[in-house]
Design a protein around this ligand. Structure first.
Ligand SMILES: *Cc1c(COP(=O)(O)O)cnc(C)c1O
Length: 462
C-alpha cells in the first residue's frame, strides 16, 4: 500500500512514512493510492465483534508491513484501553431511527482521542525501533491539542508543541493543554485565531531547513493515520444497526473535514452509506461550497462550537482531489487561488461532491434551542458541536433510513453554553474533577513564524 500526495509531486510513501511525516513536502496531503474494500460477507462478519476487533479488520489493509498483525493488535488494545466505556463508541437513540454515536468517552472527552491515542502508540513503536525522535507541532482550535498532549505526554522520543488561539478556547480545553506536568509537553498560546495557528504550522512544514532540523512531525487531522483511525466507528455503528444488509446515513459536525472524510473512506471501502451530511455552525464555508457557491474565505466568527470555527478546512483538499478524478494539477491550482481568497469548483467536480456529501448549517440560536429541546425530549445533554449535528440531521434526514449523528464532545467540555441552554452545569467525569485545581504552564507568543521557530528550537527536551 503506497500513499500519494494530493499535489502530485512529493514522493509516494509507505504507511509508516506517511504517518510520521504528516504533511507532504509539496504542501499536499497523503491519500492511499487505492482504497481497499471489504466484501459484504467480511462486513457482515464484524457484527457482534469488539471495537478493537473491528478496528483491526478495518485498518489492517491500509498499514502494509508497518506492523505485524500481532503488534498492530497490541497497539489497538493499548490505545483504546484508556476509553472510559467498554463499548468504546456506544450509541443512544434520540428519536425513531435517529441515533447518537457517543465519541466522547476518551481521556479528553472528544472524538479526537480515538485517532490520537492510536497515533501515539504507533509513533512510539515506529520511532522506538528506529532509535529516532521527532518534534510534533500541532495547531488546535481546542480539542486536537489536548488529545495530542494526552496521547504523547511522557513518551521518550517525542516533544509535543501545541499552538492554540489565545483567548479562543474554552477553559476546560485550555486547562487540558496547560496542566500536564510532563516536560516534553509545550502549550503555546498564539496571538491570533485558529486559521493563524494552522497557517503558521503550514509555514513551519514548508521551511525545509527547520522541518528537517527539528524532525518536524504533524498530527493534525491532515495526518492519514488519524483519518484512518476514524473510519472504524462508522463500521461499528453501521453494523450494529444492520449494515451491510441495511443502509445507514451519518451527520457529522464538521470543521477540518477529517471526521466526515473518514466516513467517505468507509463508504468507498464498501460500507453501505446512504448520505453523509456535513453539519457546520455559522462559519458555514463548507455548506456554502457544497451548495454550489464556491469556496470563498471570510472572517471567522467565534461561536459556541469553537472546534468548528474555521475558514480553511484542510481535509477538504482530499475530497477535492477525488472530486477532480485525482487531478493533482487542478488541486494545486485551487489551493493557489485559496491563498488569494477562494476558488470556484468546476461543474463536474461539484457533481461528484454532491454524489457523496449533503450539507446543512445551524445558527447559534438554533444550536442552543437544540440543546434545550433534546434535554426535554430525550434526557440527553448535548455539547454544542453535537447539537449542530443533531439540528442538521433532524432537518435533513430521510425517516426510512437510520441516521447516526456523531456526538463529537462531552457536554462538560463546554459547560457555559450547556448551562445557558438548560440551566444544568454538566459535571466533568470523576477522573478529571481536579482539573481546575491544577497549575497551568503556557507560553504566549506573537503570530510570527520566526518567534515560533526560535521558541521551539530553544525548548526541545533532548
Ligand atoms: C475537531 C472537532 C470537530 C470537527 O472535526 P473535523 O474532523 O475537524 O471536521 C467537531 N467537533 C468537535 C468537538 C471537535 O473537537
Amino acid at each position: 500500500m503506497r500513499y500519494i500526495s494530493t499535489r502530485g509531486t512529493a514522493p509516494a510513501l509507505s504507511f509508516e512514512e506517511a504517518m510520521l511525516t504528516g504533511l507532504a513536502r509539496d504542501g499536499g496531503l497523503y491519500v492511499p493510492e487505492t482504497i481497499p474494500t471489504l466484501t459484504h460477507q467480511e462486513i457482515a462478519a464484524l457484527a457482534g465483534k469488539s471495537y478493537e476487533e473491528v478496528a483491526f479488520a478495518v485498518m489492517r489493509p491500509f498499514i502494509g508491513d508497518t506492523f505485524t498483525d500481532e503488534v498492530f493488535r497490541a497497539l489497538i488494545d493499548e490505545a483504546y484501553a484508556v476509553i472510559g466505556h467498554t463499548a468504546r463508541a456506544p450509541m443512544v437513540q434520540l428519536a425513531p431511527n435517529h441515533f447518537l454515536l457517543e465519541l466522547f468517552h476518551g481521556p479528553t472527552l472528544a472524538f479526537k482521542d480515538f485517532a490520537m491515542q492510536l497515533i501515539g502508540q504507533m509513533f512510539q513503536t515506529a520511532l522506538g525501533r528506529k532509535g529516532s525522535r521527532v518534534t510534533i507541532v500541532g495547531a488546535t482550535s481546542g480539542d486536537t491539542g489536548s488529545a495530542a498532549i494526552e496521547a504523547f505526554k511522557g513518551l521518550d522520543n517525542v516533544d509535543v508543541f501545541i499552538l492554540f488561539p489565545h483567548g479562543r478556547v474554552s477553559e476546560v480545553q485550555r486547562r487540558q493543554m496547560t496542566t500536564p506536568v510532563e516536560s516534553n509537553v509545550h502549550a503555546l498560546a498564539l496571538e491570533g485565531d485558529f486559521d493563524d495557528c494552522q497557517a503558521r504550522l503550514k509555514d513551519m512544514f514548508n521551511d525545509f531547513e527547520f522541518r528537517d532540523g527539528v524532525k518536524l512531525a504533524g498530527v493534525n487531522s491532515i495526518n492519514w493515520g488519524r483519518v484512518l483511525a476514524q473510519v472504524v466507528y462508522y463500521f461499528t455503528s453501521a453494523v450494529s444497526l444492520g449494515a451491510p444488509d441495511r443502509k445507514v446515513s451519518f451527520t457529522v459536525p464538521t470543521g477540518n473535514f477529517g471526521d466526515i472524510f473518514a466516513g467517505y473512506v468507509a463508504k468507498r471501502m464498501g460500507l453501505p452509506i446512504d448520505r453523509l451530511i456535513v453539519a457546520t455552525n455559522q462559519n458555514d464555508i463548507l455548506d456554502r461550497c457544497l451548495k454550489g457557491q464556491g469556496y470563498h474565505k471570510g472572517p471567522t466568527h467565534p461561536s459556541i462550537s469553537p472546534s468548528m470555527d474555521i475558514q480553511v478546512s484542510s481535509n477538504f483538499e482530499r475530497a477535492l482531489f477525488d472530486a477532480y478524478d485525482r487531478d493533482a494539477l487542478a488541486v494545486v491550482q485551487q489551493m493557489a487561488e485559496l491563498a488569494e481568497g477562494g476558488f470556484d469548483v468546476s461543474q463536474g467536480a461539484m457533481e461528484s461532491l454532491r454524489e457523496h456529501y449533503d450539507s446543512g448549517r445551524a445558527t447559534e440560536e438554533e444550536t442552543m434551542q437544540t440543546i434545550t429541546h433534546m434535554l426535554e425530549a430525550t434526557g440527553e445533554l448535548l455539547c454544542p458541536h453535537s447539537a449542530v449535528g443533531v439540528k442538521v440531521a433532524e432537518e435533513m434526514r430521510d425517516a426510512a433510513v437510520p441516521m447516526i449523528t456523531l456526538a463529537t464532545a462531552h457536554p462538560a467540555k463546554f459547560p457555559d453554553a450547556v448551562e445557558k441552554a438548560t440551566g444544568i452545569r454538566p459535571d466533568l467525569p470523576p477522573r478529571m474533577r481536579d482539573l481546575f485545581d491544577r497549575d497551568e504552564r503556557v507560553t504566549r507568543l506573537p503570530n510570527d513564524l520566526e518567534a515560533l521557530k526560535a521558541h521551539i528550537k530553544g525548548n526541545l527536551s533532548a
